[in-house]
Design a protein around this ligand. Structure first.
Ligand code: CTP
Length: 407
């Protein structure tokens, strides 16, 4: 099943020498979990930090470390290994290795492979990893500028504790961040120049300072859409209710609690947006009053009586804005129904006044990593079959992009 973001992709994972090699083991695993096949190539220095045996066991393929490797019948591992790759990712890319690339050196297999790869077809991505002084050194910065000018994509570095005991810039990005960067890099840029605003997660409606009403929405679908939209080149703002999910890279996140706060944040951000996607499970009602202090038992044995008022409908409010009515803002709603999904979704689309409504086919359990979706628009409906939420998010982004007016 084509169920993962990097399904069908073949990645050459190059390791140059540095302590960050320990992260390459996990990176290899995560690339495979995302559906990629991984061919590991290591420099001699990298093999000082992690053994080829480990990388071979993890990748399930022979690891290459020398241009004189007799396993290749034509003695040309640098050609054979690079021709069928979808990308070459050097992680870690040491200061020395970047210097070698900047000079176009070809005296060991990994730099030879980088130089000999077909540049138009096989992109080169570098995940630098080094001590903060090495990172800041003008020579390194000069080399980075040079390799970028030569067409390589230099990924960022993290800031924090370093193996040498110092603190600063130069840490290699974490494996999950590198997978996210690589996926984004390989994603077609369908939403370049578009601003996408997304709501996600539950809302929390306070009763008093310590209690409130919420629901089990995990926020996973909304976060996956934010990630996929950013990967497709959009500028993404995510208005999130209380969830414990990491912010997708490159996405601006605004945390809110209540439906009213979510509406306020959305109305502030929506002016410049060209797409609005409402995945949040907004509480339909909130307590009519919010007690300033914790409500105490009064000794009478009578429980308190809560009165509720209806929350604003964020999606319907946005769908009524002039830019939505004129078609400049494309609105997408979600629906979780327990029966008759097509009829309910079609009715909800009209009631909310949005061009596209996405029904959750389920399962109806919250927090699942997979789902199936029913897309309902003015022309009819179609199903996106069961897949991981990340893959569904990619497909949904493509569906939305295809429905946007040209600009
Ligand atoms: N929605 C919203 N604000 C609300 C309620 C819902 O923005 N106050 C959005 C949701 O984010 C979703 C869509 O409207 O995109 C449908 O949400 P849902 O809860 O299924 O619809 P309701 O309008 O609450 O209808 P009902 O519960 O009666 O089915």
């Amino acid at each position: 099943m084509n169920d993962e973001e990097l399904a069908g992709k073949h990645i050459v994972l190059g390791l140059s020498g540095g302590v960050a090699c320990y992260k390459a083991a996990e990176l290899c695993r995560q690339l495979q979990r995302a559906g990629a096949t991984v061919q590991v190539v290591m420099t001699e220095a990298a093999a000082q930090f992690i053994t080829p045996v480990t990388m071979q066991a993890l990748s399930g393929r022979p690891v290459y470390g020398s241009q004189w490797d007799a396993r290749e019948p034509n003695n040309m591992p640098h050609i054979n290994l690079s021709r069928n790759a979808d990308a070459v990712l050097i992680a870690p890319a040491s200061a020395d290795f970047i210097a070698r690339l900047a000079q176009g050196r070809a005296d060991e297999l990994l730099s030879l492979l980088c130089l000999a790869r077909p540049r138009e077809r096989v992109p080169l991505l570098l995940a630098p990893a080094m001590n903060r002084e090495m990172w800041a050194h003008p020579a390194t910065q000069r080399n980075l500028a040079q390799v970028a000018q030569d067409g390589a994509t230099v990924l960022g570095v993290g800031c924090g504790d370093q193996a040498c005991g110092e603190t600063g810039d130069g840490r290699m990005l974490e494996p999950h961040e590198l997978v996210e960067e690589l996926t984004a890099f390989l994603t077609p840029k369908l939403l370049v120049g578009r601003k996408v605003l997304i709501t996600a997660g539950p809302t929390f409606e306070a009763i008093d300072p310590v209690r409130g009403i919420t629901n089990h929405s995990s926020g996973k679908m909304g976060f996956a859409i934010a990630r996929a939209a950013r990967a497709a080149g959009a500028e993404v703002t995510l208005v999130a209710g209380p969830v414990h999910l990491p912010t997708p890279r490159g996405v601006r996140r605004i945390d809110v609690q209540s439906a009213q706060q979510m509406l306020d944040a959305v109305l502030q951000q929506v002016q410049s947006a060209s797409v609005f996607i409402a995945t949040a499970a907004v509480a339909d009602w909130r307590p009519a009053t919010q007690a300033a202090h914790k409500i105490k038992k009064d000794g009478s044995g009578e429980p308190p009586v809560l009165r509720f008022v209806e929350n604003p409908d964020i999606l319907a409010t946005v769908a009524q804005l002039p830019q939505a009515r004129s078609g400049a803002l494309y609105c997408v709603g979600f629906a979780a129904e327990s029966e008759d999904l097509l009829a309910q979704s079609s009715a909800k689309r009209l009631r909310k006044g949005v061009p596209l409504l996405v029904g959750n086919i389920g399962p109806a359990t919250f927090g699942q990593d997979d789902n199936a979706l029913l897309l309902v628009d003015a022309n009819g409906h179609r199903e996106l079959p069961r897949a991981s939420k990340r893959v569904l998010a990619q497909q949904l982004v493509a569906e939305i992009a295809a429905r946007l007016p040209h600009h």
